[in-house]
Design a protein around this ligand. Sequence first.
Ligand SMILES: [Zn+2]
Length: 436
Amino acid sequence: MNEAEWRAARNSRSLRYAGRVLDPDKRVHLRADPAYAARYDGQVAILVAANLFGRMTPALALDIPSVPVVAPLPWAGVDLREYVLKQLYAADPFGKFAQCNASDGDYIIHLGRAGASAVVHGSGWNLYAGPAPSPLADDETANPVGPAMAAILAGAEAFRSALSHPAAFQLNALTWHAGMATAADAPLPTALSPGALWFVGLGSVGTAVLYFLTLATRDFSARLFDMDKVKIHNLDRSPLFMDRHVRWQKVDAAAEYLRGLGITAVEPEPFALDESPAWTGRPLGVPDVLISAANERNVRAVIESNFPPLQIYATTGRNWQAAVIRHAPFEDPCSCCLFPETAHAPTTCATGSLPQASNGEQMDAALPFLSFAAGVMAAAEILKRGLPGYPFVSNRVVLNTSPRIRTVPAALSLRSSCICQKRSSTVHRQMLDLPV
Ligand SMILES: [Zn+2]
């Protein structure tokens, strides 16, 4: 396959969604303030920005220092610049990635508190883009959410503005309001143990949740359900899939990533959830969280009819939106309240599923930064579990990236005839291993 064919396939979903990709003739120059690049938060911002932009344009130039990656990032000790360049070529073997100085006409993204007239900065739960210096305080916890989201929303603005005039933004990812979280507001503990996590759907959002979680902790087990294989068009918006994974089972590519980071309790299941005995025969109290980022084969009904645990996931929408959703048993409306069973029709309301292609394949489409944003929003909700003051936010929060970056709480409504209104709470409590 030559570059033109590969690129047409890789970019097909962005083209379908927005009718365009980033102009490959206008170079994006990603650089970082040296002080920020030596810190955990700065390195998260660099890794995520490079991962995202490298999937959106082949014309990405870097100016990042050659410094060791710091703990608790999984690649601690390796050279940051070398690692980033290697990952860029793994995702796009035809790219034109290099370390160099900015040229006239480049679109510059400057990561850090200061050092340029406009900066992109994230630390702890907070994120900012706008005139320097950044108003954010340095957060010394290993929290990837603010810096990752700052990098992702810089990608959203680059795309929305077609590499011309990005708008400023400021948010905190703890409550998803514009005001800043302080260091005393729900600091992430040093030892994070999210427990047993079962991922239903290892598409762009499911793999993004995994990726962002691993930037904070590797102390969890993962069971991975997905029957699909990696295709070239998945490479534009999953932060895990590399070119060499094309034609692999998605669960095997995700399992390889996790095992490579030292996570040993990984069980890939290349099946749909309704075909897996692991789901209906699961032990009481397992898993701790179900990350249900799939929407085929009536998966919501399969989940809700079997007394599910806490569900956290995110979706990407048609109007440049992403949404993070939580279904806490006995507290929140369930996923069938949100996605009623409609004769096996694809869920078009929140997922960005577009009409079927002529070959009958269901055509999912989203923009790269929306899948990344959905992933980090869901990872954030998993990391917030157990912090004093949890859950901090409505059971659904919608992120708009156009016409401007804005988050909106949008609480779910109970549906009176829904399965969750009929199932036995006694059995459900038993399944969750709770006192009856
Ligand atoms: Zn319901």
